[in-house]
Ligand binder design. Structure first.
Ligand code: DGJ
Length: 751
């Protein structure tokens, strides 16, 4: 039974595959948290798990019970103002100016399956048997507001999802100041917090810190989830590794301003809260109106970070991403951005496409610069009609020429933006995010369209739909290249101005939803100056995302490794680009560039017409090999073996294993060559202990248990005398090797 309810003690026990989550109704009618962790057996009453002694300095709710201080008690969705001094999950300002709410338990509802969240991305079920949902209905009698806390537990996964819904049943208007989606009070604070942080071209680097008293917080105030911090955090025990120990994950299915934090209090307990960033946010809740928070996906692993990642990969790949492309092998693409930037015409594009086709590329993507008068990044965003100087025969014609070559055609848009120098801006200066009387800061010479205004969303939909209808387009790269400033909307009332960032994101979701409904065959790839909006919210609409503008193979090791903490390989756009690399000027071999990019949705981003014969031959072979293995590379179980964030980051290794464990592909990468290096072994993961494998580059066969426990000896190639094994020498070297189960009849060896 995934949800066990005791109607006497009003205790709720959610059980996933190997996880339990227990809470109850406390004596003040609010919800108290009892347990979150490894699956435990049910009992009629767990309330002892929340017992506290009184503390002389505490404020307490009842005169005759000094132990009942909310400061001491683990809570489920805490408010501020009634004896708990930690940061709350929510806060509402009422018409009388007060900020105290008291939501008390009314009833519960048990739903088979998992309801969708209206207007918001969320994980889903395909069959109601996959999950159960518990909704706890709470009510504040003084304000006539209700709060419904929704919990879904997936059978067979270690995942519990949460969200909250506020509804105003009274006549007066209230203002939500803070509405997080989930809050978890941990009984101790002996954890390390892992976050994915960075900046443009170095997104989602893993960093860790030991929890210490006070608040440790990550957030975005930029209007997108951002490159600076991903909407994710994990709490792991200090001894937890990639493959052992306990870890909790919290991932926010949202693409705008978020906050995720852990507060360690004076009793060394830890409160994790996650949701829309309360900074610069408020929401006016009029009579009969509701406010739905986005979803937080909580995951649990008793076997380290890698298992946590696999839980997210599997869920996000199969029950967050949607549509025709969700489970499909992703096409090998060639994108013209780093090949031509803005400098192209049809002839040039077709000559690149032709060569690309010869090497085995399947999809040609025309990036920025095809519309308006866009010869640089100062102009034309918003004018979504073809530049007839560059493409005199138009997009439909270009598409059919590419189709005739046997290529799919993909196109770049930046729907949320407008250039000052554009017809759209001349016509509608009122359609940009702005604060009257203030000048508008610029980013990449462009302004942000007011997607909080439905009229703007409608207009952009029409523009994009026209293009998608008239040309045969199979892929759209949806870019977003600046953060928000001077946030305000001319379409909203004064008291709604702090709603703009959230309404904007709802507008983005609305546009995506309409487009994927009207053009279900299109593969969407999200992008925001590279990976500045690589989040679960986007994956609901676009099953892949451009991981980073940094295409350097060595930089990509950290970026892809960090990204893999939450996101599946099928979602990570990864391209081979030219050298010297355009971002860091590094020169790496074509082999190493492909060896890194293979572990993702693979493609090229260079001018193939400038490649020599040998390079083209190598590229052709790379594509042939990738196609043969892409099912495994995009959808296999992913294991991180060596971290670029440890041991001076010189070695990274990872592998993908097929679901039947008959095949695996390992990537091994070394940044700098070492003189007279130590003897290295690589311990593989995820193989079947009893299966016997051939390993490319090695003589003989090996059982899975040997490969995982004794490992394989890596050859450094340092003195050139070794034969067989991994030939590692020189800077930026890499090796990909393939393990295939030997013929079933050819088995030997006993355990
Ligand atoms: C930023 C993206 O990340 C790049 O890949 C490219 O599409 C440029 N924008 C185009 O302006």
């Amino acid at each position: 039974m995934p949800v066990m309810i005791n109607d006497q003690t009003l205790q709720f026990h959610l059980q996933g595959k190997d996880v339990s989550y227990v809470f109850h109704v406390m004596k003040n009618g609010q919800l108290g948290q009892l347990y979150f962790g490894k699956k435990i057996r049910n009992r009629s009453d767990f309330s002892h798990l929340s017992k506290r002694e009184s503390r002389v300095t505490s404020s307490y709710v009842y005169d005759d019970d000094s132990t009942f201080s909310l400061d001491l008690i683990k809570q489920e969705y805490p408010g501020y103002g009634t004896s708990d001094y930690r940061e709350p999950a929510f806060q509402i300002e009422h018409p009388d100016g007060s900020r105290i709410s008291d939501f008390t338990y009314q009833s519960y509802e048990l739903i088979k399956g998992k309801p969708r969240l209206s207007g918001l991305p969320a994980t889903y079920v395909e069959d109601d048997g996959e999950a159960d949902t518990l909704v706890i209905h709470m009510y504040d009698k003084v304000t006539n507001l209700s709060l419904s806390l929704m919990y879904s537990v997936y059978h067979g996964r270690n995942v519990i999802t949460r969200s909250a819904l506020f509804t105003n049943h009274g006549e007066e208007t209230h203002v939500i100041k803070r509405a997080h989606s989930a809050s978890v009070d941990f009984p101790d604070a002996d954890y390390e917090m892992i976050q994915l942080s960075g900046s443009w071209s170095r997104e989602r680097h893993m960093s860790e810190r030991k929890l210490s008293p006070g608040i440790q917080s990550i957030q975005s105030t930029r209007g997108t989830s951002s490159a600076q911090h991903n909407p994710f955090l994990a709490l792991k025990r200090p001894m937890t590794t990639e493959h052992t120990g306990e870890v909790y994950g919290f991932s926010f299915v949202y693409s705008g301003n978020f906050q995720a934090q852990v507060e360690v209090d004076h009793y060394q307990t830890a409160r994790m809260t996650m949701g829309i960033n309360p900074f610069d946010f408020s929401w006016t809740l009029g009579s009969s109106a509701s406010f739905q928070t986005p979803e937080v996906v909580m995951a649990y692993s008793k076997h380290g970070l890698n298992e946590l990642s696999q839980t997210y990969h599997d869920l996000y790949q199969s029950r967050l991403a949607r549509g025709k492309w969700r489970d499909a092998e992703r096409p090998v693409l060639l994108n013209n951005w780093e090949a031509t930037y803005f400098d192209f015409d049809e002839k040039k594009l077709l000559s690149i496409a032709e060569k690309a086709k010869e090497t085995g590329v399947e999809l040609f993507v025309l990036d920025d610069g095809w519309f308006g008068k866009r010869n640089d990044d100062r102009t034309s965003l918003g004018d979504w009609f073809v530049d007839s100087k560059k493409l005199p025969e138009g997009l439909p014609n270009l598409a059919s020429k590419l189709n005739d070559m046997g290529l799919l055609f993909g196109l770049w848009f930046e729907p949320e933006m407008v250039s000052k120098e554009s017809e759209l801006y001349q016509k509608h200066p009122d359609w940009v995010i702005q604060v009257p009387g203030r000048s508008n800061s610029i980013g990449r010479h462009q302004l942000v369209l007011d997607f909080a205004n439905p009229e703007v969303v409608d207009y952009i939909y029409e523009q994009m739909a026209t293009i998608l209808n008239e040309a045969n387009i199979n892929y759209v790269k949806w870019d977003m290249n600046r953060y928000m400033t001077e946030i305000g909307s001319l379409s909203l009332l004064k008291n709604q101005q702090a709603e703009v960032p959230h309404r904007y994101i709802l507008g983005v979701y609305e546009l995506y939803e309409r487009l994927i409904e009207a053009f279900p065959h299109v593969l969407f790839e999200s992008c925001a100056s590279g990976g500045a909006r690589f989040d679960p919210g986007m994956l609901y609409y676009a099953p892949q995302a451009w991981t980073s503008d940094d295409t350097d193979a060595m930089e990509r090791l950290s970026i892809q490794y960090g990204t893999s903490l939450v996101y599946p390989l099928s979602s990570m756009g990864a391209h081979v680009s030219a050298v010297p690399n355009h971002q860091v000027k590094r020169i790496t071999s074509l082999e190493t560039r492909a060896n890194v990019a293979y572990f993702g949705a693979f493609g090229y981003e260079l001018d193939v017409t400038k490649m020599n014969k040998d390079e083209l031959k190598e590229m052709t072979e790379q594509i042939r090999w990738y196609k043969e293995n892409r099912q495994l590379l995009q959808y296999g179980a992913f294991y991180r073996l060596r971290s670029p964030f440890e041991q001076k980051g010189n070695v990274t290794s990872w592998m993908s294993v097929s679901s039947d464990q008959t095949k695996a592909i390992v990537g091994y990468y070394q940044v700098l060559a070492e003189p007279n290096p130590s003897f290295k072994r690589l311990y593989l993961k995820g193989l079947a202990a009893e299966k016997e494998y051939e390993v490319s580059g090695y003589e003989g066969t090996y059982f899975g248990d040997e490969l995982m426990n004794a490992g394989i000896q890596l050859s450094s190639g340092y003195d050139g005398s070794q034969t067989g094994g991994l030939e590692e020498s020189g800077d930026f070297s890499s090796h990909v090797f393939v393990l295939v189960e030997t013929d079933q009849n050819n088995r030997g060896g006993e355990v």
